[in-house]
Design a protein around this ligand. Structure first.
Ligand code: GLN
Length: 236
């Protein structure tokens, strides 16, 4: 069953917290707002109250670890373990990983992957590709509602997912390697959808998933509608 799409200015907009210690959190917040969500910056554990979802942005995971106090660390752990939906990108994926290598560092261990930091090389090896393979997520029916396959991959000192547990579903690949995964309520990318030109289909899809009850396909299409309405309303 599908509930009616929310008008862009409804107070029923999902509230998405964006970890705002370091990195490209402002780009994520702007993209979420563009796709119809309300956003709030998260800098302390008290900021985790009342959120419908959370973004862990890209940046420098070591810097984020240094800037995070223990209360925020524990708060993130307990909220995400309890099922708060998360969209993590790049450094955010490193924070969530079960195991981090090159070098090893502290992590929340909530996403059962091993990530190698800077696994595609250093800054000069960063790249943008339109050759992502979305077959893990785009079926004939979802493709119609949402052009995820148009999402480009912006890889900046990106981590590499070198292994993952069977509970981790690979949603997208680049040259056969996982670059977007999902485990329970966690969606994690090694690239930066928030830096793409135009509205990010992945952000739309994530917001559509927040409304997912039974009918994922319809809800994904509704997420797209929510976003396009909001873009229309803002004149973009
Ligand atoms: N290399 C960074 C790290 O290890 C991640 C890069 C990014 O988020 N773009 O944290």
């Amino acid at each position: 069953m599908v509930s009616p799409a929310l008008p862009p200015d409804s107070s029923d907009k999902p509230l998405v917290g964006v970890l705002a210690l370091q990195g490209d959190y402002a780009a994520h917040a702007a993209m979420m707002a563009r796709c119809g969500a309300a956003t709030a910056e998260v800098r302390a554990s008290r900021d985790l109250q009342g959120l419908d979802a959370l973004v862990l942005p890209g940046g420098e995971s070591t810097a984020m670890l240094r800037l995070m106090d223990e209360a925020l660390w524990q708060g993130l752990h307990s909220k995400i373990s309890a099922g708060l939906p998360v969209l993590a990108t790049c450094a955010g994926t490193i924070l969530l990983a079960d195991c981090v290598i090159n070098p090893a560092q502290r992590s929340l261990k909530l996403l059962h992957v091993t990530v190698e930091r800077n696994g595609f090389g250093r800054q000069r090896d960063s790249f943008i590709t339109t050759q992502l393979d979305w077959s893990g997520i785009v079926t004939a029916s979802t493709a119609q509602g949402l052009p995820l396959q148009n999402q480009e991959g912006v890889f900046i000192r990106a981590p590499r997912i070198v292994s993952h547990a069977p509970s981790v579903k690979v949603l997208a690949r680049w040259r056969g390697e996982p670059v977007l995964v999902q485990e329970g309520t966690i969606v994690a990318a090694t690239f930066h959808p928030e830096l793409s030109h135009g509205p990010s289909p992945l952000h739309r899809w994530f917001l559509g998933q927040l409304r997912t009850g039974e009918d994922a396909v319809e809800q994904v299409a509704m997420g797209a509608k929510l976003c396009s309405d909001s873009i229309h309303a803002s004149g973009n």
